[in-house]
Design a protein around this ligand. Sequence first.
Ligand code: FES
Ligand code: FE2
Length: 353
Amino acid sequence: MDNLKAELLRGLWYVACPGAEIKAGAMTGRKLMGELVLIGRDRHGKVFALRDICPHRGIPLRHGWFDGEHVQCCYHGWKFDTDGACVDIPSTHEYQTIDYSKITCGAYPAVEQQGLIWIYFAEKGEKPEDGRQPAPPLLPDFAADQGPSVAIMQPFVCSVDHAALGLMDPTHAAFVHTSWWFKKNGAKLRPKEKVFEPSELGWAMVRHKIPPQNIAYRYLLGDNVTTEISYRLPGLRIEHIKGDRHCVVGLTTITPVTEDETEVRQLFWSTIGWLKPFNPLVRYLMNVFLDQDRRVVIQQREGLEYNPKLMLINDADTQGRWWMQLKREWATSQAEGRAFDNPVKARTLRWMS
Ligand code: FES
Ligand SMILES: [Fe+2]
């Protein structure tokens, strides 16, 4: 594992941004997976993603214009449809014949699902349906068109590997996520024991009961509250908490901007209608927590620049090990053209936190 840069896995769907960030007829340029990507929404509401580099002379297309149907380059006005095909070159004289159909800026498969825009980064130009992840994962208990009630993003100055290791690390909370209303610094650590099992493209902390003394959960969700936390490639943490009356899903996504920069998003879905007025408070608290992670990563980078040898210890970092094993298996199995064989085996992990 390189300290600063991560290997970026391909042949997978990545979260680009919440759909609400792109209105009909709008486009925006992003850097994702080290590539320039133009994300837009046509006038009928359908999202699309193009390679954000004009095939004529290389200027990013985001500097140009979008009329809800065609993207026009700002340099010489070449026009592209939302599949990336060139449809007009204004400099073409009537004496010339140019076969536009041979010219494309390149497009990425993009879908909008549960309020998120997902983009597929192909391994070798394959369509997702011909690859190993035909569609992005669907979150449990929520309809395909139900978006999150709260969504936040913070840029992390680290590779996806360190963002992921932080995300699945159960023992930093007592030191990093301290505040007067949550955990006090120096709070007593308690023994934890959780059962894990392999799940699709990752693993899950097996669904277990939340103790009834957690009054807040009971009040919000009803009796018999249970939770399951799963982690999966290419960098998703899905927490699904449900009770007799309601359920909530918390999703964390880590999307590589480049090999050493990452966008971390946290999103929250709930079936509790009356919670809406509290969304600003939920957003605030989510930002406080995520900012604590973001700041520790900035401090960590100072040391990582010196390329120290790092340790992953049992059982606190076992999930971190699984993450690295999963990534390796994904890349090797892809290169060898064989099926992905989940390296995680069911087991119980114990730690103090
Ligand atoms: S660079 Fe885009 S049209 Fe010329
Ligand atoms: Fe954290």
